[in-house]
Design a protein around this ligand. Structure first.
Ligand SMILES: NC(=O)c1ccc[n+]([C@@H]2O[C@H](COP(=O)([O-])OP(=O)(O)OC[C@H]3O[C@@H](n4cnc5c(N)ncnc54)[C@H](OP(=O)(O)O)[C@@H]3O)[C@@H](O)[C@H]2O)c1
Length: 242
């Protein structure tokens, strides 16, 4: 849904960094934030995806970034400040998933999920703190998963990353409370995105959430008045978690 971009738009004048903005949930959040008036910094590894997404957003800056690379994340935030002057919102939607029983996996199979979903998100959060604390204002939204709280066979390492980011977010929220920066986790059930393309035998995609549903929840978290903070929002397909 297109919205007016005037000064009255809910996110007018705000700058959002969205990781994983090339596809799926991150893309939907970036597009929705743009429609709500935000300037959006689009980050993921594939520049061509980001360029495509940028075309649909009035004020977008493309910064190809691997969130597993600490220096690249620092450059992402520096670029946002250089081009747009501030950072009001961070959404960490960059993520990878590889499923399989622990007995059939090797520790190496876990590495990319730990590096991207957990450590990468933590590094992104840390990198936006200097500008947000200087402004005494900011909203961090980490995209976790229902896997963080409900056991799904085959998703052990993925679950570690999502439970980890929930715990990290809770502590970070506490640390930043006095500084005017709020931290929340968005906890979706299954969402119909390209993430499922390479996962054999996944749930029925027609019954999953749409990425746009998750984007609406992210807008709610980002647009609450500064005196309120939505620290954990679980969004499920109405038919169940699948
Ligand atoms: N789909 C679901 O059912 C579901 C449910 C709950 C939670 N989630 C979580 O939601 C987040 C987004 O998932 P999705 O379903 O939208 O997945 P997706 O469609 O596969 O999109 C993932 C995005 O993350 C980016 N990405 C992957 N590795 C990256 C890296 N190292 N650095 C920067 N960007 C990277 C990808 O771009 P590049 O590959 O070009 O970098 C892509 O833009 C993930 O954290 C996922 O765990 C998904």
């Amino acid at each position: 849904m297109e919205r007016g971009h005037g000064a009255s738009a809910p996110l007018a004048g705000q700058v959002a960094i969205v990781t994983g903005a090339g596809r799926g949930i991150g893309r939907a959040i970036a597009e929705r934030f743009g429609a709500e008036g935000a300037a959006v910094v689009l980050a993921s590894r594939t520049a061509a995806d980001l360029d495509r997404v940028a075309k649909g957003i009035e004020r977008a800056v493309v910064v190809p970034t691997d969130v597993a690379d600490d220096a690249a994340v620092e450059r992402l935030v520096a670029r946002a400040l250089e081009r747009l002057g501030r950072v009001d919102i961070l959404v960490t939607a960059a993520g990878v998933a590889a499923f399989g029983p622990v007995a059939q996996q090797t520790p190496r199979d876990w590495d990319s999920m730990l590096a991207v979903n957990l450590r990468g998100a933590m590094v992104c959060c840390r990198a936006v703190l200097p500008p947000m604390l200087a402004q005494r204002r900011g909203t961090i939204i980490n995209v976790a998963s229902i896997a963080a709280s409900r056991p799904i066979a085959g998703a052990a390492a993925y679950t570690v990353t999502k439970a980890g980011i929930v715990g990290f977010s809770r502590v970070l929220a506490e640390e930043l409370r006095a500084g005017g920066v709020r931290v929340g986790v968005l906890v979706p059930g299954a969402v119909d995105t390209p993430l499922w393309d390479t996962i054999p035998g996944g749930p029925d995609r027609a019954r999953m959430l749409r990425p746009e549903d998750v984007a609406r929840a992210a807008v709610l978290m980002a647009t609450l008045p500064p005196g309120a903070t939505l620290e954990e929002l679980t969004l499920l397909p109405a038919g169940g978690i699948l």
